[in-house]
Design a protein around this ligand. Structure first.
Ligand code: AMP
Length: 118
């Protein structure tokens, strides 16, 4: 059972601003955006709490998250300008939701390894 906030969003028990969905991936706007575009991409059917829990059999999920983000960037017209993807693992990286997710940040020049406002 995925009792995280993101599990509830997948089950539509919590509202979210969903901007992307395919068979395996859900994408929705981050509630506290750190860039003009800040979208989270998560696996829908498999609950993996952290990147450290990812098995070789589940590794394709990370590729699916990246492909979904790249598709969204093309669809929204900012792929040519560029974007950043980030995955945080556990406390030292600031992970707060324990269901793996890919942050997509874009919409302005991003500091090297930083984001606006940080
Ligand atoms: P992380 O810190 O890498 O675990 O990222 C978790 C992200 O989830 C943070 O950027 C939060 O702002 C975001 N977040 C938390 N709750 C929600 C929510 N209900 N809807 C959308 N984003 C959320």
């Amino acid at each position: 059972m995925n009792d995280t906030i993101f599990g509830k969003i997948i089950r539509r028990e919590l509202p979210a601003s969903i901007v992307y969905e395919d068979d395996e991936v859900l994408g929705f706007k981050d509630i506290a955006p750190q860039a003009p575009v800040h979208v989270l991409f998560i696996p829908k059917a498999v609950h993996v709490p952290t990147l450290d829990d990812l098995t070789p059999e589940q590794a394709f999920l990370v590729g699916k998250l990246i492909l979904a983000a790249a598709q969204y960037a093309r669809d929204e017209g900012f792929a040519q300008n560029g974007y950043r993807v980030v995955m945080n693992c556990r406390q030292d990286a600031g992970q707060t939701v324990y269901h793996i997710h890919l942050h997509l940040l874009a919409g302005a020049p991003l500091g090297h390894f930083g984001v606006p406002g940080r």
